[in-house]
Write a protein that binds this ligand. Sequence first.
Ligand SMILES: [Zn+2]
Length: 427
Amino acid sequence: MQYFFPDSQDLVDPSFDFETERRSIDRVRQRDDVYAHELFSRAAYDGLLVSKAIVDGIGAGAGRYTLGQRQRLLREGAHRFFRTRLPIMGDCGAFTYVREKTPPYSVDAVLDFYETCGFQAGVSVDHVILDYELEWDTPRKTPKDVRERQEITLTLAADFLKRHTRARLSFKPLGVAQGWGPDSYARAVSALQKMGYDYIAVGGMVPLKTREVLDALSAIDRVRHRKTRLHLLGITRLDQVGAFANFGVASFDSTSPLRQAFKDKDDNYYAPDRTYIAIRVPQVEGNPKLQKAIRAGQVPQPLARRLESACLEALRNVDGRKRTIDAAVQLVHEYEQLFDAGRDNREAYREVLTDKPWLRCGCDVCKALGHHVVLFRGAERNRRRGLHNVWVFYRRLHRELRAVEAKLPAKRRGTRASSELRFAAQT
Ligand SMILES: [Zn+2]
């Protein structure tokens, strides 16, 4: 099972000094900043997923690419642009235009984008269905707009494959199945197989509960041809890897390991068997709530500044002794009350400072950063922690896959790995 990491230009600056919080004055972002696959000496994913909407900067995908970067990607091709030989899959980024009546892209524009970038695989143009309603599987109960979204997606998939074949394009085409319940997902997969697809991306599952995902995959499995492989768009469940493998899932993509590092309330840092909170020490200037309180005269700025530096200092001095841990936790708690009054993370902070999970992590981020990796502070730290999570996630995935493999009868072992799609990345 292959993990594709969705690109949203999450690069880090190798010249950033975590003690002084300064960058090299010679730094040129686009030349010097590095991707996760350049940051780690061992792999953190099997390939990249690049969305047209993010590259074009439409809707929720806005602001990731500058015009210059967009032009360079199209001119140089994706492998030179991303400085990698890993396989790259393209999609449209349908979540960014989920509110529109129809997708903003023509099939030709998308085929052209994938081919110009030199991707190894490309997902047909689709339109996300967010709802999951079992009773809509009774045909007369299906809302018209939901049915239309599935029809649009299937019509575009048929067109996509026809034009792909006619133009003899080199990338592997994936058709998208959108549905609102098990039966409708299965119907979409049947239709795509009839068109000629044997690699099918299942979309719209991001909001679904695990049970619903499994029900839909199980219904799909009843109509799935043996050689048909699935890609799960935007989702994964590490505890269900075995079930997914049995349902023909060959690949998936997910940003959640990255995003949890700075979006989640308390599961910010991944360890092999659990997660930890990251310690909130925002920059006074970088925290909107704190800035608001200062402007409103509720918090004196010098006090905020003093507490911020005191926190950093105390965290630097944590040496494993209870006294130093308690002192740091108390200061951080005091500082936190200025921008998140009433929140009490002391127990969780004490735990992460006592366990020091970064000392046991084999990733390059933890080795280089030490305790800075668990500080919730500024993009350079937060993004690196996110990439560390991706690295740990990839190892957890492989651990799960090995466990699934070990449970198979001896004669079937190894068959799954060999059935995975192999790409030859062009550079
Ligand atoms: Zn790490």
